[in-house]
Design a protein. Structure first.
Length: 209
């Protein structure tokens, strides 16, 4: 079973509190999501393998380390996942970015695919799927399924907030995928929204309703 990691770093929790606040406007909301994504990316890349190298400092030669050539990819689930991409790229600027477009049918709550565009070497990359909310888990599970069908092997899921129902759904469908959250909330309501959550992440990111 893939691991569930809830990142309780003080900076993440502080910024997440402001993200939740309904009084936080679009500009600040967007900036905070960007910042939290960077902090989460720091944690999610903690297990990247390193190789030893030698560098010349102004004083002497030194043994040092660099990432061992691992290819990384970021895959936002459209549209809300776009709000987390730049934050991750701040830390991993060489990562390639793919896109998976899904929307949730308001009646069935099931995901519907409308767009997939990925790097051609997807099977060689460690992928980080990003989406602010892990609610029912339907969209995340579907996106991961689409990636696997196209050759993806190593996948992690990174969300700001998750519901227990969504975590359980992804773990059931994709037991090989690790899940990283800034917070695990109480439950879903009858409309499939996370309680207490933060509202509709896409609308708050882009100023729509």
């Amino acid at each position: 079973m893939g691991k569930l990691v809830v990142l309780n770093h003080p900076l993440i929790q502080h910024k997440l509190t402001m993200i939740r606040d309904y009084r936080t406007g679009t500009k600040v909301f967007r900036e905070l999501v960007d910042e939290v994504a960077t902090l989460m990316a720091f944690e999610i890349t903690r297990d990247l393998s390193l190789e030893e190298v030698e560098v010349q400092t102004p004083v002497a030669k030194a043994k040092a380390y660099k990432i061992a050539g691992k290819k990384l990819g970021i895959v936002p689930i459209l549209r809300a996942g776009l709000g987390m991409v730049n934050g991750v790229l701040q830390l991993i600027p060489a990562a390639k970015v793919g896109h998976v477009g899904l929307y949730r049918d308001p009646k069935t709550l099931k995901p519907v695919e409308y767009y997939v565009k990925l790097p051609p070497d997807i099977s060689e990359r460690d992928l980080i799927v990003v989406d602010p909310m892990l609610a029912t888990g339907g969209s995340a599970s579907a996106a991961i399924t689409f990636l696997k069908r196209r050759g993806a092997i190593n996948i992690k899921l990174m969300c700001l907030i998750g519901a227990p129902e969504g975590v359980k759904a992804v773990q059931k469908e994709h037991p090989d995928v690790d899940i990283y959250l800034a917070a695990l909330d109480e439950k879903l309501n009858e409309h499939g929204y996370i309680i207490p959550g933060l509202g509709d992440a896409g609308d708050r990111l882009f100023g729509t309703k």
